[in-house]
Design a protein around this ligand. Structure first.
Ligand code: SAM
Ligand code: F3S
Length: 439
């Protein structure tokens, strides 16, 4: 009998990609359809995030609601995965005894087996181990859901920034074998995928080997760009410390590489960067951006910022503001520092008030929004290449796609345009999307 799956994803793109893998691997083992209504589901999966405290706390409040579903329908299987599961393990079952399965970011491909064991034993099952490579080697075959696809090329992180929980919840970094990445990209291309986004915590640390040669991210980009059907390549996230010259050179030689880069800087103050154990200074970051802009003058740069890191003075904060203006960041994921238990920064004195931190965050976000608006306004009258991905939610006579610099564009057209990259003249821009016409 068909089982209904309700899956909820918290956090970053990494988790979105992991959730797709969870759905694909459940599909390979069971007759499954997805539902958006938890009350009619047979399997409920929560893919959690613990990068900050708020999403972590959300897990338990959300599980309280899931308990009500289980009370009405005791046969429902509840599985909790992701970084909170990895961190809390059996504590989740202690706090929420109606949870049946706990799995980690590196064991999500085992979920069908964990479900089978639970059904057999009727006992809670916990598997939060870190088996290296198994997640890649046993990955289910990919369903393509859109002409733009994520391809995970690395797992884990070994950088141990002083504020970050990820190395503890996802384990040390390891790369997917080159042949596996190529095979996955070829399959996606055959299914109509035009844009590949390589995914990992620090994809510019990617390293594999092929026929005796070392393959790094720049090499991988070049290989994938040569595959039939692949017209756009992105990657996220990369780290300034490992942003090497060969990767910068790729912007010169590989037109498929988009003129949009997400490069997390975290702070504009060298003192704070040292405390964060980031391993680079602001000057290196600016040098990298300058080199990129010498090759691609219009490249848009987005970043991650942590506001109110312990001990961040007014001067430190103003250095971040100044860097935002100098780089003209186009977008940011900026959040107030969140204390993560077990990380070195959690022990640092933190005298700045919450009000002050909120005020600083507001300043940063509104500055970056103004810069993004200015860039969008500057696109009016220009021709942009848009990868059309779906029919517009607002009007069935329009299709929606993304420019190289990740602006959503609506243009008159029908479903025959989906999956194509076409030139569009931009007519207007607001904060959320652009409007244009095909040229
Ligand atoms: N690999 C990326 C890099 O080079 O920085 C980052 C990956 S991390 C999972 C995503 C983002 O979460 C970080 O860039 C950082 O801005 C944010 N983050 C991580 N720990 C945080 C914390 N304790 N408080 C606030 N933000 C945090
Ligand atoms: Fe976290 Fe730093 Fe790695 S932010 S994911 S420890 S690069």
């Amino acid at each position: 009998m068909t089982k209904k799956l309700y899956i909820e994803t918290h956090g970053c793109q990494m988790n979105v990609a992991d959730s797709q893998t969870i759905v694909d691997s459940l599909r390979e083992s069971f007759d499954i359809t997805e539902t958006s209504n938890p009350d009619e589901s047979d399997i409920m999966v929560m893919n959690t995030c613990s990068v900050r405290e708020k999403p972590q706390e959300k897990v338990f409040s959300e599980l309280g609601r899931w308990r009500a579903v289980k009370e009405k329908r005791p046969g429902v299987i509840i599985a909790v995965g992701g970084c909170v599961a990895s961190q809390e393990g059996e504590n989740i079952i202690k706090r929420a005894p109606y949870v049946d399965i706990i799995f980690g970011p590196q064991t999500l491909h085992r979920l069908p087996k964990l479900i089978a064991s639970h059904c057999h034993s009727n006992q809670p099952i916990i598997d939060i181990s870190f088996p290296e490579h198994e997640k890649f080697d046993q990955a289910p075959s990919r369903q393509s859901r859109s002409p733009a696809a994520f391809v995970s090329i690395m797992e884990g992180c070994s950088k141990y920034c002083s504020f970050c929980i990820v190395p503890y919840t996802r384990g040390d970094e390891f790369s997917k074998a080159f042949e596996l990445v190529i095979k996955e990209c070829q399959l996606l291309a055959k299914k109509g995928v035009k844009e590949i986004n390589f995914l990992g915590q620090n994809v510019n640390d990617y390293q594999s080997s092929f026929q005796g040669n070392t393959i790094r991210l720049a090499d991988l980009i070049q290989y994938v760009a040569s595959l039939d059907g692949i017209e756009r390549i992105r990657y996220t996230t990369s780290h300034p410390q490992a942003f090497s010259q060969d990767l910068i050179d790729a912007y010169e030689h590989v037109p498929e590489l988009t003129s949009h880069l997400h490069l997390p800087v975290q702070s504009g103050s060298n003192r704070i960067l040292r405390e964060m154990k980031r391993g680079y200074e602001v000057e290196l970051f600016e040098e990298q951006v300058a080199k990129l802009r010498a090759i691609r003058p219009n490249i848009c740069i987005s970043t991650d910022l942590i506001i109110g890191f312990p001990g961040e003075s007014h001067e430190d904060f103003m250095e971040t503001v100044s860097l935002i203006k100098r780089i003209k960041f186009d977008h940011s994921f900026s959040f107030i520092y969140s204390k993560r238990p077990g990380t070195p920064a959690a022990d640092l004195p933190d005298p700045i008030s919450e009000e002050e931190k909120k005020e600083r965050l507001k300043i940063v976000q509104s500055l970056i929004q103004d810069q993004a608006d200015e860039i969008s306004q500057g696109m009016i009258g220009k021709t942009e290449y848009v990868l059309f991905e779906n029919i517009s939610k607002k009007s069935s006579g329009e299709v929606c796609g993304r420019t190289e610099n990740c602006r959503y564009v609506n243009a008159p057209g029908d479903s025959s345009l989906i999956g194509k990259i076409l030139p569009v003249r931009i007519l207007s821009a607001n904060r959320h999307f652009l409007k244009g016409v095909l040229v």
